[in-house]
Design a protein around this ligand. Structure first.
Ligand code: GAP
Length: 518
């Protein structure tokens, strides 16, 4: 892939109102991002595409591994749960990252994110090791210093450097070696207090994932609806992680949104459902215009598996090649077989029986029915990041083409585009604005619920096209000098810049087909 500049993508995102730094007028707040008008609508469109394709019509009506319909029900659970939820899930004891501090510069790093440049010869005795954070200014600076000192250098993960050698590590931006502290486990959960007294007894946590709310309500969903295993529970919502080093634009934020689904099935069927969801989720991201070469499905190695997935069918990540990870990839979504770890933990900690009675299993009785079987269902979890999804869409869409009126354009998939169509009069006179206004109102009434429909009468037509290209609007309709006599307008395709004429009374149906909106 041609390399894209993250700086340019961030500049366009700000300029066109996709993403703003949170609290910018106060200097910003690290790890928090706001979405501008176009970004908010883009994010909503991606969330709704997920909702449509996971909840309302899972996988576009595709059948499950045994030819059964795929059933998913939605849920909306609280950001703050009973603190015991997080004890049961393992987040209080184990949801931490290894953190190191630099005593000299006072900077804080995730130990597993730092690398050092060392002599390629392998002879490190008494020599400094130059630490850096990939993709930061420290990388080139430290490389230069290391090459000056040793000639040929190799890059080594800091966590693979023996503890006795840490005294020789020169931290990024530091002057003297040995300034890094020992790694300490840092819990990523945001703490808060419930009620007015704010004592340690009132501690609660902002959820670090939406998943647990769905496990905790599993029994209620089974008891109050007619779902039968296998089925899924899905929800979207905010999650909070006090990341040690939030970075790479919105990729690693402290407040972000997830789109998660917990699919409950019998243990014997978990491998088939795991393969089903892994492939379905990869196909979904592709359907939204993320190109094949920038997407990959990566199966986790055995030693990479989370504790709850150790004995399961596996875990795979859908990964996207972001400009800051290229030529490598970054995680967009994880699909994991979580076994029945979570239900088991909540059953133990809450002392509530969460077993499911499956009337379709167990010994066959003389009357032809089954005796039934009680079990804790296994779970296949596709867990996607909405903000990372938006970021991947922005990165994929960003295109530079110096020959165009807009040297930078956003090729956002029409289903996700925040502005669905723009209508222009070629000039602001000769009856053209009146005709374009009429067409605008017609299209706004039909498509306004899917995204913005714009009517713009100002500036030269080339500038108006350029504005829409940058905003990712896929189709622009122009009322021109021929419209009155031929009852037709031009439609301009954002991606090719090509224009064709279309009968004015066909425009609405034509757009409906293109957008897939009735
Ligand atoms: N319930 C499982 C779970 O939460 P995860 O891999 O930690 O799994 C799921 O998170 C998705 O949430 C990730 O694939 C990623 O897209 C998104 N995500 C996780 N941490 C994030 C962060 N700090 N900023 C933005 N997105 C994040």
């Amino acid at each position: 892939m041609t390399s894209k500049s993250m700086d340019k993508i961030m500049a366009l995102s700000k300029r066109r109102g996709f993403v703003y730094q949170a609290s910018e007028i106060y200097g910003g707040i690290n790890g928090f991002w706001d979405y501008g008008p176009l970004g908010a609508q883009l994010k909503k469109n991606l969330r709704e595409a997920w909702w449509q394709d996971m909840v309302m019509n899972p996988c576009g009506g595709a059948l499950g591994p045994s030819g059964e319909p795929v059933r998913i029900v939605p849920l909306d659970t609280c950001i703050i749960q009973h603190p015991k939820v997080w004890e049961a899930s393992g987040h209080i004891a184990g949801f931490s990252d290894p953190m190191v501090d630099c005593r000299e510069t006072k900077a804080r790093y995730r130990a597993d994110h730092l690398f050092v440049y060392a002599p390629q010869s392998g002879d490190r005795q008494g020599k400094p090791l130059f630490a850096y954070l990939p993709d930061s200014t420290s990388e080139q600076k430290q490389k230069k210093k290391a090459e000056k000192a040793f000639g040929e250098v190799v890059s080594v993960e800091l966590v693979k450097v023996a503890k006795e050698e840490w005294a020789s590590v020169l931290a990024p931006e530091a002057e003297k070696v040995g300034s890094l502290t020992e790694p300490r486990a840092f819990n990523l959960m945001f703490k808060t207090y419930i009620g007015a007294t704010a004592t340690e007894d009132d501690v609660a946590y902002l959820r670090p994932e939406t998943a647990q709310g769905m496990f905790v309500q599993f029994k209620n969903v089974v008891d109050t609806t007619r779902v039968k295993v296998p089925f899924g529970i899905a929800q979207t919502g905010k999650a909070f992680r006090n990341e040690v080093t939030p970075r790479n634009f919105t990729f690693r934020s402290r407040e972000f949104e997830q789109m998660e689904m917990e699919f409950f099935c019998h243990e014997s069927e978990a491998p088939q459902w795991y393969a089903f969801w892994r492939d379905a989720r990869m196909a979904w991201w592709k359907s939204l215009g993320l190109s094949g070469e920038n997407l990959q499905l990566r199966e986790h190695d055995k030693d990479e598996l989370a504790h709850y997935a150790k004995n399961g069918a596996g875990t795979s990540d859908v990964e996207y090649r972001f400009p800051f990870t290229a030529p490598g990839f970054g995680e967009l979504e994880g699909i994991a077989h979580r076994s029945n770890f979570d239900l088991r933990q909540h059953q133990t900690h809450s002392r509530t029986n969460l077993e499911y009675f499956d009337a379709s299993r167990g010994e066959l009785l003389p009357n032809g029915s089954h005796k039934g079987e009680k079990y804790l269902p296994h779970v296949i979890e596709p867990a996607a990041g909405l903000d990372r999804g938006v970021l991947a869409v922005l990165c994929e869409a960003f295109t530079e083409d110096a020959s165009r009126p807009s040297p930078e354009l956003m090729r956002i998939h029409p289903r996700l585009a925040p502005i669905k169509a723009a209508i222009f009069p070629l000039v602001n006179k000769e009856g053209m604005p009146e005709t374009s206004e009429k067409l605008y109102l017609e299209l706004f009434r039909r498509f306004g619920r899917a995204g913005f429909v714009e009517h713009d009468v100002k500036q030269a037509i080339g500038k108006r096209y350029a504005r829409m290209d940058e905003a990712g609007c896929p189709y622009c309709f122009t009322v021109d000098g021929e419209t009155a006599s031929s009852q037709s307008v031009t439609v301009r395709d954002r991606d090719t810049g090509a224009q064709e004429r279309l009968a004015i009374d066909r425009v609405s149906d034509w757009l409906s087909e293109k957008l897939g909106v009735v």
